[in-house]
Design a protein around this ligand. Sequence first.
Ligand code: 13P
Length: 219
Amino acid sequence: MDEMSLRRDMVATCRQMNDLGINQGTSGNVSVRCGDGLLITPTSLPYDEMQPDDLVWMDFAGNFKGLRPSSEWRFHRDILFARKDVDAVLHCHSTYAATLACHHKDIPSFHYMVAMAGGTTIRCAPYATFGTQELSDVALTALKDRSACLLGHHGQIALGTTMKSALKLAVEVETLAKMYVEVLSLGEPEILSDEEMDNVFQQIRNVGYGLTPSAESAA
Ligand code: 13P
């Protein structure tokens, strides 16, 4: 995708975050790999006012052109630098993900769809002040072998190869978080065993689950 298409795609994704109810106000931010660096949302600009030209281009040393980048540029930069399997990073303060994160709760495999984030848990990173290198470091650790994590007393991060896939995963994480909060209201649920989760991962591979229908043939 050329840079202008990426910029338009990012603005559309930001607005969708609000429309889908996973973000509010000026919390949340997104980035996408672009050339030798990344495009990232500017800090503190409401999404309904944001235009494609407002997005900030940044290199991996943190030099940027244009408006001031999101206060969370460190973890966006560090994730895109460290994770060659990822091209898009989305952060939001979705209500249920943040609710669990305020209790420092990982999301265990209480439901098989936890596998969509790449493992048997969606980890919660310890609390660190927003915008700091410390937050970036704990986020990267929580994201090891995963495509999503919770951030203690803060929100969630979802990764993708495109903005669209990162958004889809963020919605999935929020749905799982909501389900888990509801499930906990009835008591501690049984957690699917690692063996059962291995079957889920196998089945995801077998049927190409979560991929677009044309990307894989059906099993
Ligand atoms: P920005 O407006 O700087 O992107 O910050 C919002 C936020 O979510 C901080 O964690």
